[in-house]
Design a protein around this ligand. Structure first.
Ligand code: SF4
Length: 347
């Protein structure tokens, strides 16, 4: 595990101090994410995300654990220090984390307790602090990070988000987030509306990707572990509903071929997906291999491809102490970041 120098940790404290008032201003007429509900979260109102308002200033955490199933450059040797926050600003009908994103299984945690979790994960050997679905809890998270950096935290921060984030917020996070880990879920309004209740998701996600890339650029690896950069996750949906080819072309045309692109095969019809016949299936091995091949043919050098057993391996159960205890498979990387491994199209 490589630790950041103390001066850098203290610079981070100063940076958080510099942006907290602006974050509070965003919360007062909430536009933390693409919904821009406009509710006064500082006065205890709740918006589309249904983030609990009591106790004030708390985040709800479902689990914090070392996670060995993340991308190899995040997992490293010590594991990713993952903190799962409850609730979500999207309502994806196929959400595999629906126990926490929609049912809200978790406990209220004050910022000082969050800081304690971050420090505890560092002591356990975590390579980074991986904030899962953090946007709607960004205020207590920043206060907790400030406290943690002040008291010895020296790990990079991973912002693990669904990609539906507000640009104003992202700009404030410059210099605080080291690694952005956004999803890109859709490239068309229609599935974004139907399956996640966010028709402008494609436009918002494209803007977030550009801003994240501007801040941190491609992944930089030190001693086998990512220290900085952007890793885009794309869950391939059945029947082309995720717009996988369009995403690859958009990234290429935007000049972002240096991003690390995780093409995920793990879709299975979870939560309410079974009520949509077009989503009630796994994707095919050949279909997946063709998308991976297409990305490589378009010049992407850092493509992460999953084994085809991934749907079962990655399915978490937040009713367990260790939600990912069945895990055993990893995303495999192509390109210079790790040994190339991807599924070849069938003849
Ligand atoms: S975080 Fe997003 S969904 Fe939640 S209240 Fe703010 S703008 Fe609305």
């Amino acid at each position: 595990m490589t630790r950041m120098p103390q001066e850098q940790a203290l610079e981070r404290v100063a940076r958080i101090d510099a942006v907290l008032a602006s974050v509070e201003s965003l919360l007062a007429s909430c536009r933390l994410c693409g919904h821009a509900c406009g509710v006064d979260r500082m006065a205890g109102k709740s918006g589309f995300c249904r983030t609990p308002t009591e106790p004030a200033g708390h985040a709800y955490v479902s689990s914090h654990t070392l996670h060995f199933g993340e991308e190899p450059m995040l997992t490293g040797r010590g594991g990713s220090g993952t903190v799962f926050f409850t609730h979500c600003n999207l309502r994806c009908v196929f959400c595999q984390n629906h126990q926490i994103s929609q049912s809200g299984i978790g406990e209220a945690v004050a910022p000082d307790e969050l800081a304690g979790m971050f420090i505890a994960l560092q002591h356990e050997g975590a390579e980074n602090i991986n904030l899962v679905t953090p946007t709607h809890y960004i205020h207590p998270i920043l206060v907790g990070l400030r406290r943690a950096y002040e008291t010895g935290l020296a790990l990079p921060v991973v912002y693990n988000t669904n990609g539906y984030d507000g640009i104003e917020l992202l700009r404030l996070l410059e210099g605080i987030v080291d690694i952005y880990l956004p999803d890109v879920k859709y490239m068309e309004e229609s599935p974004a509306r139907q399956y996640s209740q966010a028709p402008d998701y494609p436009a918002v996600a494209k803007a977030t990707i550009l801003e994240m890339y501007r801040q941190v650029g491609p992944v930089a690896i030190v001693d086998g572990v990512a220290r900085k950069g952007i890793i885009i996750r794309h869950l391939i949906l059945p029947n082309g509903h995720a717009g996988s080819y369009d995403l690859i072309l958009w990234l290429r045309d935007a000049g972002l071929q240096e991003v690390t692109l995780g093409l995920m095969s793990q879709y299975s019809p979870q939560h309410r997906a079974g009520t949509y016949p077009e989503l009630d299936a796994r994707i095919g091995a050949r279909e997946y291999a063709e998308i991976v091949r297409y990305a490589l043919d378009q010049g992407f050098e850092h493509v992460l491809a999953q084994g085809f057993d991934s749907a079962d391996v990655y399915l978490p159960d937040f009713g367990r102490d260790q939600p990912f205890e069945k895990e055993g498979s990893r995303l495999q990387a192509s390109g210079s970041q790790a040994t190339p491994r991807y599924l070849k199209p069938e003849a």
